[in-house]
Design a protein around this ligand. Structure first.
Ligand code: HEC
Length: 104
């Protein structure tokens, strides 16, 4: 009786662990796409935006809500990143695109 209860409990815990693990894995994947995009914004955009007070600094908290502007400036009008020396590498563009596409 007691053993049965313990086994039941153990199997319930197992299931929860498996579910938690699955949840955490998807979360990590999402975070890492976003994290990679943020690193691009931080390294290639904030460098400049940080020095001009009227400009938006990109953070992990505001980047999602700024994605339309970012997409427009980087991929449609191609005004950003400003300056010939500040071109994004293919990998950096890809990291931004993966994040932008994932949010649609
Ligand atoms: C060399 C400096 C510089 C770099 C690097 C740069 N920006 Fe900008 N950014 C500016 C300036 C200056 C403006 C204001 C508009 C203008 O002068 O074209 C601006 C404007 C913007 C705007 C329009 C919103 C606003 O506040 O006016 C967005 C969105 C933007 N930048 C995104 C980016 C992104 C994304 C990157 C990196 C991929 C980037 N910028 C890199 C200087 C820079």
């Amino acid at each position: 009786m007691v053993l049965g209860f313990i086994l039941l409990l153990a199997s319930l815990l197992d299931k929860n662990d498996a579910q938690d693990l699955k949840k955490n894995t998807t979360q990590t994947e999402q975070t890492s796409t976003k994290q990679k995009a943020f690193i691009v914004l931080r390294n290639n955009c904030n460098t400049c935006h940080a020095t001009k007070r009227q400009l938006q600094l990109f953070t992990l908290y505001n980047m999602d809500s700024l994605r339309l502007e970012i997409n427009t400036q980087v991929f449609i009008t191609r005004k950003m990143p400003k300056g010939k020396r500040n071109q994004l590498s293919e990998q950096e563009e890809m990291n931004l695109k993966n994040w932008l596409n994932g949010l649609n």
